[in-house]
Design a protein around this ligand. Structure first.
Ligand code: UD1
Ligand code: UDP
Length: 370
């Protein structure tokens, strides 16, 4: 039988981190698969760092990123450019990941070419159209187009069934982010250079970049950080700032040059994992970080009002905190002062996977031609 042609398409940092283990697993089976990787480069520098770390050389690089790009241009660029790639490769399956514009537009492109789509990280939902925006609709849309649904948890499988996706097309695999995390923590740890953190202080790691937090919410987050740093002389904040100008501008205006607040460029994944391990506490609106931190036993305060990742909230290691300044200050203060509360939240649990998600996905792909 001829080999199975797999075209994997991704474009942003989190998709790259979560698809890298899948690509590596496909590469291990050259007798079964013909492996093609297409990056849209919806992100440029953030994507390239991950490609380097996992030693992935794309067959196609659409290089679409523009400074302060918008949803319309990103969508149409990807739709048009992936048409050429799909026609050239004529794959048996297109694999996409998650809920970005790259995922949605690449899935649509494959659908127009009548090529089956496999959706990695399928079934996440908040059931609120505008939160997160535009990711909730991106994932609903991608799920409705896809044939193979690789869902990370029981909850995501349930969401898919509720969306009338046939059970036979749903595969519970775990989340590939845990594959990437465990590999990186075991083999590629890397200290962040030039930060000069005080070993006697507690490190609080912070990231934020969501569109819903642009404007006042991100300013509230920064004001909470300022207040916390001022009142707690034994803590330091490290904030790798996302390159989106809507994030960078307010963050640098409010936090630059302040004592015990370190603003950095985005960190390489290997550095970021090392820093997560060292941190006392993590504040974030990131999806991926919500999944990684519980595996490392780090409490997370989620700077959003809803989450499509309720599993760790149910286990008690992640708390939905929102973006109200007073609420953030009081939740952080509680975890600094209340040892029992901190210990309760810092149990290392792993609701998102066991490190073998990619292998399970590849086992399904091996049989798609039968
Ligand atoms: C995108 C995804 C979001 C995901 C996030 C991960 C969409 C609509 N949004 O949001 O779901 O959580 O990625 O980080 O798909 N930039 C650079 N260099 C880079 C990357 C970004 O300079 O390597 C700047 C550019 O000015 C770019 C801007 O950030 O125009 C926004 O990038 P974009 O991918 O549109 O949005 P994100 O906020 O990164
Ligand atoms: N990350 C990283 N460097 C950083 C910040 C985050 O490598 O400076 C990693 C993080 O460990 C996680 C992923 O990037 O795996 C999350 O990406 P992001 O928060 O941008 O997107 P989201 O997951 O919210 O879509």
């Amino acid at each position: 039988m001829s080999k199975i042609k797999v075209l994997t398409i991704f474009g942003t940092r989190p998709e790259a981190i979560k698809m890298a283990p899948v690509v590596k697993e496909i590469e291990k089976n050259p007798d079964i698969f013909e492996n093609f990787v297409c990056v849209t480069a919806q992100h440029r520098e953030l994507l390239d760092g991950v490609l380097n770390l996992f030693e992935i050389t794309p067959d196609f690089d659409l290089n679409i990123m523009k400074e302060n790009q918008n949803l319309w241009s990103v969508t149409s660029d990807i739709l048009l450019k992936t048409k050429d790639v799909t026609e050239k490769v004529n794959p048996d399956i297109v694999l996409v990941h998650g809920d970005t514009t790259t995922s949605m537009a690449s899935a649509l492109s494959a659908f127009y070419a009548k090529i089956p789509v496999g959706h990695v990280e399928a079934g996440l939902r908040t059931f609120d159209k505008y939160y997160p925006f535009p990711e909730e609709i991106n994932r609903v849309f991608t799920d409705s187009i896809s044939t193979y649904h690789f869902a990370p948890t029981d909850k995501s499988c349930e969401n898919l069934k509720q969306s009338q996706i046939p059970s036979k097309n749903i595969y519970k695999t775990g989340n590939t982010v845990i594959d990437a995390l465990l590999y990186t923590v075991k083999n590629r740890q890397k200290q962040v250079t030039g930060l000069n953190l005080n070993p006697d202080m507690k490190t609080i790691l912070l990231t934020s970049h969501r569109r819903e937090n642009f404007g006042d919410p991100i300013k509230n987050i920064c004001k909470a950080v300022l207040e916390l740093a001022e009142h707690n002389k034994n803590i330091e904040f490290v904030y790798p700032v996302h390159p989106n100008p809507n994030v960078r501008k307010p963050v640098y205006e409010l936090l630059s040059g302040k004592e015990r607040i370190h603003l950095t460029e985005p960190l390489e994944y290997a550095e970021f994992c090392t820093l997560m391990k060292k941190s006392y506490l993590i504040l974030t609106d990131s999806g991926g970080v919500q999944e990684e931190a519980p595996s490392l036993g780090k409490p997370v305060l989620v700077l959003r009002n809803t989450t499509e990742r309720p599993e760790a909230v149910e286990y008690g290691t992640v708390k939905l905190t929102g973006t109200n300044k007073e609420k953030i200050v009081s939740e952080v203060q509680n975890l600094l002062n209340n040892k029992n509360e901190y210990i309760k939240m810092s149990e290392a649990i792993n609701p998102y996977g066991d490190g073998f998600a990619s292998k399970r996905i590849i086992d399904v792909l091996k049989n798609i031609k039968h």
